[in-house]
Design a protein around this ligand. Structure first.
Ligand code: ARG
Length: 460
């Protein structure tokens, strides 16, 4: 047991208590951030004359040595330390002797851990954003390529009106774009430095908190020391944003699972992203899509867990807050993994264009356009709706689509129909005529794609 405290104790900590309390198995994940924070702290202490420059240099050299050795594997982070802060401090003292004992001047583990978690979260937000951007680039490529790939658009999972693959993927583009926006908002709001808040009430040393904040690329120092050590709002916001990312991925996965099924055959997931069955030789299962959909549950779970953990905690720091880490780390790693796998899966997925178009035709997705044809020839919409309803019924009886009805049959229900009805209800016409901003028509889709492309080129 290597602890940073013990002076006022007369008995050893019970081993079970020690183990229950320790966080080294998971807070070692932010050893880099812990060392970075300590370097900034001693730099500020020296500027304020609290440490000498020689002490500062010695400590920084020691900390850099620890960082290098942990990175290279020469120094192992082991469970004999209570947490990552104890590990770094104990190793520093071992390396440089008594000067190392000055590192923790004007600091508490409460503000230290608040800082480490913020630094870690900020780095991970950047990585999550990068992966979301990779996904958007693949989506945009598909949107460009499939601008004329007609498919049924659905409401109530019933075929409704024809759209294109480009348009359908464009809907997800908007969702993931908003997800990036949420991450950027969180980063903006959380970007204040808690270091210097001490245990809860600041310190008596003349710290320059704004200086430390600047060294660590924060916009400013936090303004209330009690809030500084007990604020976990940004983690709740992050878990909420990550839950939304997973909700989007999960909806997309559900569609891909359907589209990849024998019944739809709209897409084929690449062999590299599918798995087989141990008993049924014919199977090629969309396990990746299912797993991403399934993992949504654990990210939602993390959000609800942290909200619940935080709900009854009085000011300021309480040990409950240590519970923020494992679930946040797990949620971040889960989302990063899901984003990468999902992006690879759709990047390699094949679109069965003919099946998609045939499905749109066979589902009467052009029925609204047939009614509009009549309206354009002077028939009131309500009557046109009834006429096309009768035509659809006739098609259902015959097992054919509106495109396959003869002109005589059209005319037998309404004399208004002429040869140009076929052109008017072709998938091409139905889609390309829809040219309001945001609709699937190729002309407007191209404008939207150009805007999305410009958005991706802006550096976030
Ligand atoms: N491991 C602790 C955490 O994650 C660090 C802060 C410990 N502070 C304390 N007063 N016990 O929250």
């Amino acid at each position: 047991m290597a602890q940073l405290w013990g002076g006022r104790f007369t008995k050893e900590t019970d081993q079970l208590v020690y183990d229950f309390n320790a966080s080294i198995t998971y807070d070692q994940k932010f050893y880099r951030q812990d060392i970075r924070g300590s370097i900034a702290h001693v730099t500020m202490l020296a500027k304020q004359g609290i440490l000498t420059e020689a002490e500062r240099d010695e400590i920084i050299r020691g900390l850099q040595g620890i960082l290098e050795d942990v990175q290279s594997g020469a120094l192992k982070i082991t469970e004999e330390y209570e947490d990552i802060h104890s590990f770094v401090e104990a190793n520093l003292i071992e390396r440089i002797g008594d000067t190392g004992k000055k590192l923790h001047t004007g600091r508490s583990r409460n503000d230290q851990v608040a800082l480490d978690m913020k630094l870690y979260t900020r780095d991970e937000i950047q990585e999550l954003d990068r992966r979301l951007k990779d996904l958007l680039e693949v989506l945009l490529r598909i949107m460009k390529e499939e601008i004329h790939t007609y498919m049924p658009g659905f409401t109530h999972l019933q075929k409704a009106q024809p759209v294109t693959v480009s348009h359908h993927f464009g809907a997800y583009f908007e969702m993931f774009k908003r997800d990036r926006g949420r991450l950027a908002d969180i980063k903006k709001r959380m970007n204040t430095c808690p270091l210097g808040a001490g245990a809860l009430a600041g310190t008596t040393y003349p710290l320059d908190r704004e200086y430390t904040a600047g060294l660590l690329e924060f916009d400013s120092a936090t303004l209330n020391s009690m809030d500084s050590v007990s604020d976990r709002d940004y983690l709740i916001e992050l878990l909420s944003a990550l839950s939304t990312v997973m909700m989007h991925l999960s909806r997309f996965c559900e569609e891909i699972i359907l589209w990849n099924s024998n019944e739809y055959q709209f897409v084929e997931i690449d062999d590299a992203y599918s798995t087989g069955s141990s008993i049924m030789p014919q199977k090629k299962n969309p396990d990746i899509a299912e797993l991403v959909r399934g993992k949504t549950g654990r990210v939602y779970g993390a959000l609800v867990t942290l909200l619940t953990t935080m709900k009854g905690i009085p000011l300021a720091y309480n040990k409950d807050m240590q519970e923020d880490k494992e679930l946040t780390f797990d949620a971040i790693d889960t989302v990063k993994g899901c984003l990468t796998l999902f992006t690879g899966m759709i990047d390699t997925m094949e679109f069965k264009r003919e099946n998609m178009e045939a499905s749109a035709k066979n589902g009467f997705t052009n029925a609204t356009d047939a009614a509009d044809y009549l309206v354009n020839h002077g028939v009131p919409f309500r009557d046109a709706h009834g006429i096309v309803g009768q035509l659809v019924l006739r098609c259902i009886e015959k097992g054919i689509s509106l495109d396959d009805l003869s002109l005589e049959e059209y005319k037998s229900i309404s004399p208004v129909f002429e040869e140009d009805i076929y052109e008017a209800i072709s998938m091409k016409t139905c889609v390309e005529k829809r040219m309001t901003l945001g609709a699937p028509g190729a002309a407007v889709m191209e404008q939207v794609i150009a805007r999305e492309e410009a958005y991706l080129q802006e550096e976030a």
